[in-house]
Design a binder for this molecule. Sequence first.
Ligand code: HSE
Length: 307
Amino acid sequence: MKIAILGYGTVGSGCAEALKGSSAELVRVLDKREIPEIAHLLTDDYETILKDPDIELVAELMGGEHPAYDFVKEALLAGKHVVTANKQMLSHHFSELTKLAEEKGVCLGYSATAGGGIPWLENLKRYSRVDSIKEIGGVMNGTTNFILDAMQTRGESYDDALKKAQELGYAEADPTADVMGYDVRAKLAISCNLAFGGELDPESIPTTGITGITDETIKCAKESGMSVRLVAKAYMENGNIKAEIAPQLVGQDDPMYMLKGPENLFYLKGERCGTLSFRGAGAGKGPTGANVAADILKIIDRKEQNA
Ligand code: HSE
């Protein structure tokens, strides 16, 4: 299948690398920058992709709400499959875009919008179809876990650790979204939509980030044998979703205590399946690019099976 990638940043280039030698043929890349290794694929005009009937799938990996939302919507309307890693955009347009994909008979893949390389949403969707999900949660941001881990285990300063997380490609273009918890908010909202149905407004989730965590906080946590984690949690109460994101102290018997660097841990509690947890690299070029690539190949497999 011929595909196009919108945005050749950390995730876009990671996805292209993961797809090498596969049945996905990358024929166009939308990016305004000069990128010598893919110069022959580059365009800065989205219309050339949209109007090309040979391109059957568009991978939106550019981030930001606009024009990403418009591009995704136009691609779906044009009958193209779409894969996106854009949690901010998807969390604000989840119902509309998932319904539109269904109406047009095309696929909308979004596994990498939460969890980097962890197949979290894929599994949450799988279990929510056969079980009643009571609670979901976990550590959902690689950058903030990297910072907290660096402060706790290596005594690094908040600023140095954040700088490293940016250099390693974990942080968003504007890391405010990571440290203020807005990135987790979008991931938790999308997860709630799958777990509990409907569309949760990310802005309605009470959110505290890690900007208030000081060396003193870390020292106190260590002295009491605990670690600080940015924890997200959501559950149903009297027919309403209760969701919250805030830094918490976790003890050594909690699986979140052990998370290293950019690791994430997502869990679900189901009436039938009990507690299931998913741990791994929550950010970064390799893991996130592979998760996007896996969505793309799944769509190609489905098309081949239906052929
Ligand atoms: N900035 C995000 C994080 C990337 O640090 O978790 C993955 O969603």
